[in-house]
Design a protein around this ligand. Structure first.
Ligand code: NI
Length: 255
């Protein structure tokens, strides 16, 4: 059994001491594939470098809503050329964050939609970060009916999750689903068909129980699969296989 960690930031400096060791022990911990996600230009470049170094790592490029004020024509051109790399399989993470609102909402919306249009032009899926911005995110999804992707580390309601699933989108779950107070995420997992669920660590953040509060890494993604198996009354193997296939389908990974 091998899991696909569909959202990791293993390029983060918090892994500088032991990154090689983590990659060397992924497989024996039940993790076969990793999508390393960019949040800005520097981390997008680092994600590609990791994907070049490790055959089981893929990359995405894009600017997080926290960095939306730096998205301009020149940066979009750079992402466009980086996206021609054979291991760049998505644009992200992009989106809206009205919880922290580091960048004014109107600016976030523009940067999100410009990157959505880049993804459409390149026929790539998107990896969406969305926090407390459901109405505006829904509006952008509606405006782009052919766009596909994942709402990662999903924090919305059951109704929102089902709304996305009906439109062919995926919903990503992290270690949050293992927390004692994770009622909302558990309800979403219960309601969603397995074919629309992705598992992820979002490491170094969101460590699952029993590691909550500590640095997370991709080796813990089987704990997320285990919790989803428990919620859906399936075996760990079934959840690992289905979510792996979902990630491969979304990102267009055939090998
Ligand atoms: Ni992330």
């Amino acid at each position: 059994m091998l899991c696909f960690d569909s959202h990791a930031h293993l390029d983060d400096r918090r892994f500088d001491e032991d990154r090689e060791r983590i990659f060397a022990t992924l497989r024996e911990q039940g993790v076969g594939w990793v999508m390393n996600v960019g949040c800005d230009l520097a981390s997008s470049r680092r994600s590609i470098a990791l994907a070049e170094q490790y055959p089981f790592v893929w990359a995405s490029v894009g600017s997080h809503p926290d960095d939306a004020d730096r998205v301009n024509g020149k940066l979009l051109d750079t992402y466009r050329s980086l996206a021609s790399h054979e291991k760049v399989m998505a644009i992200g993470e992009i989106g809206l964050d009205y919880y922290y609102e580091d960048v004014p909402r109107a600016r976030q919306i523009i940067a999100f939609e410009e990157q959505v249009e880049l993804a459409e032009a390149l026929k790539l899926p998107v990896i969406v970060h969305m926090r407390e911005a459901w109405q505006d995110a829904m509006e952008i999804v509606r405006r782009h009916p052919d766009l596909r992707g994942v709402f990662h580390c999903f924090s919305g309601s059951r109704e929102c999750a089902l709304w996305l699933a009906e439109r062919g989108w995926y919903v990503g779950f992290t270690g949050v689903v293992t927390f004692k107070n994770a009622r909302k995420a558990v309800e979403c997992v219960e309601a969603l068909p397995l074919e629309r669920i992705l598992i992820e660590t979002d490491c170094p953040y969101m460590a699952p129980e029993p590691h909550r509060g500590r640095r997370n890494d991709s080796r813990y993604v089987p704990l997320v699969a285990g919790k989803i198996a428990e919620i859906k009354k399936l075996s760990l193997e079934e959840v690992a296989a289905a979510t792996c296939q979902n990630a491969r389908t979304l990102f267009g990974i055939t090998e």
